[in-house]
Design a protein around this ligand. Structure first.
Ligand SMILES: [Zn+2]
Length: 98
């Protein structure tokens, strides 16, 4: 995240909280991560950001015009303009980035 550290901080809190509920011997293997993370290029460095997923499907046709047996499915992630936790502007990366 460019403007704020909410996603990292939130994930840490969740991880800590859930890990504490586990028996001690199981805690080491615990991992949590954001779903729907996407890689983005930001000033020549790759960073990850969380997007809101949109899934789609359609009936793909063969060259003959005949439909494929299964529908074609995919998803895209829409990037958020503002942080849902603190409201920081996530798009405006040039001013006041931490
Ligand atoms: Zn934030």
């Amino acid at each position: 995240m460019s403007k704020c550290k909410c996603f990292g901080v939130m994930l840490e809190k969740v991880t800590e909280n859930l890990r504490e509920q586990l028996p001690e011997k199981e805690r080491d293997s615990f991992k949590a991560r954001w779903e729907n993370e996407a890689l983005i290029m930001e000033e020549n460095t790759m960073t990850t950001t969380v997007g809101i997923p949109v899934s789609y499907e359609y009936q793909k046709l063969k060259k003959s015009g005949e439909p494929h047996k299964n529908t074609t499915k995919g998803d895209v992630k829409m990037m958020m303009s503002f942080c849902p936790f603190c409201g920081a502007n996530l798009k405006d990366q040039k001013e006041g980035a931490e």
